[in-house]
Structures are given as C-alpha cells and as structure tokens.
Design a binder for this molecule. Sequence first.
Ligand SMILES: [Zn+2]
Length: 336
Amino acid sequence: MKSRNKLTEEQIRPKKLKKINEDKNRIDLNFLLKRKNRFVKVSCPACQSKSYKNYLKKNHLSYLICIKCNTYYVSPRPSVKLLEEFYKQSKVYKFFNDYIFPKTEKIRSKKISMPRLKNIIKLSKKFQLKKPSLMEVGPGYGTFCNLAKKSKYFSSVEAVEPTPEGAENCRKKNIKVYQQPIEKLNTKKQYDIIVNFEVIEHLFWPKNFLVSMHKFLKKNGFIILTCPNGMGFDVQLLRDKSDTIDHEHLNYFNTSSIKKLFNKCGFKVIETFTPGQLDVDIVRNKVLEKKFSLKDYPFYEDIIINNYEVKGLEFQKFLTRNNLSSNMWVIAQKKS
Ligand SMILES: [Zn+2]
C-alpha cells in the first residue's frame, strides 16, 4: 500500500530543478578539475590506514576503499584552501540557496527537519537533558534551527556557518550565528548538544571536525549527526551512477567505520542507525529515467519496478530497519 505520508525524492529534489542543477554541477566540477594540481593524497578518513584498493572512478576523480574498514574516499582530494574557494563560488550552492531551498522549504521542513527535531527531542529526553543548549554546524537554509528555536524545548539555539549566504539565512530567522568554520571558532561557550546534517562527508579533515566539536561540548554532551552510509543500498547498487557519489562528497563512512573515528576523537558512540526512506525510490527513478538498468538484477527488478507498490515499499522498510539504508545517524557522547 502506498502511504500518503511517504517521503519521495520528487518532493525534496523536483525533477525540473534537478535538470538545471545538473548543469550547475558540471560547472562546479570543472572548477575543481581545472585545479587538480592542488589535490592532495590522504589516508583513510575513518581509521587512518594507508591500505586501500581502487574502488571506482567517476568524473576524473579516484575513489579508494579502505581495506581495513570499508570506508571509501576521494584521494587525491582538493586541499583545504581549494575547498574553501570552491564553496565560495559554487553555482550549485547559489542555486539551492536562491531556488531549491525557498521552493521546497515547506516540504523539507515537514518531512526532513521536523522528524529530525522530534528525534533529537526524544533522545535528549532519554538522556535526561533538561533545557539543553543546542548548536547546529552547517545550518544551510536555517530550516532546522528555526524549528528548534520555535519548539522552545532548548535553552538556546545557535549556529556555526562559514558561508555568507548561509549565515545570512540564519540571521533572517533570528538565529545567533558564528560566521566561520568550527575549526576556527573562538568562544568559551560549551553546549549540551551539537548537531550537523550532511556536513562531515564534505570535509577534508573529518577528524579535525570532530575534535573541534569535542571542544565546544559540555562534559557528557552529545553530537548528533547524519551523513551518507557508504554501505547503504542505493549507493552500493548504483555505484558510479549514484548521485551521492559526487565531487562534493569526499568521505563515505559506514555504521562501523564512523564509530572508529568517533572513538579516536574522545567520544563514545551510543547508537548508529539508518532511518533513510529513499533508497528504493532513488534506484527506481534512475531506472525510469533510463540512467541505470536492472536487467542483470531480475531479483531487484521484480521488487523495485514490477511490484513496487507491493514489495518495493516493504523492501524499503526492511532496509531502514536493518541499518542498510544509505542515510545514517550517529549519536555520540563526549567521554572526557
Ligand atoms: Zn579505514
């Protein structure tokens, strides 16, 4: 049965806008490729191992897979400085900010930010936090921060956002914002909860990012973050045809490798889970758009195309329940 409340890819990434976005994406990619002489080799961003195998190539970028923890990652990758320049001029970011976010904010707020907020409130009740202070790193359009503030559940809601547009979005919504990267943030303030959604996969140094957040957390404070699960269903099946695998995403952790990284940075991981609902929809859309074929996978073709209404939606629930979806949550607590 098709549920009326189901989140679909179309709602948050309308096809019409997606096409324009693809053109902007190519311009962004070319900006990086023209500067490949400023790319730097790195070891595994989760466990720091130097043992890898070649995983795939896409758009002239090399994705390696760590033999020890199955994290895959772009290496060589744009340097920290080049990434900063890249995001400042990004056509995609401007397009999201000017069109996609304003056009889809209502639905994103209801279907993405609100469930996130409810989940975070539920977790803080579970951990008996009373009127916790909250900081979001990388608030984008400020939709989540705004909802969190309006909920009146938190003693304060603040944001850290290095880009001028993102910071301005927060100011417009009356959210206190520090306009700099968290790695350079200079405040004595500490928070009960720091959240960030889809940020860590973009970063040159995920480890530095976690260490910085550690500094701004109170004793026993929590990090709650979301990111792609590199071992998730649609990414694993579509591989180089997956939109998740792109030049912006440098790190593809999985539920076990991200734990290793957190442990190294002074955290105890309380929980990882994959509440993603879009895997089946994403693969289905790729097939319907003729960008991917399931001809060699009759098992999946039966579930995802021929019997979508009956089996596809059930299959998605199975993926979500068993930590096999490609969108992941991590809840971690500061150890010391
Ligand atoms: Zn590794």
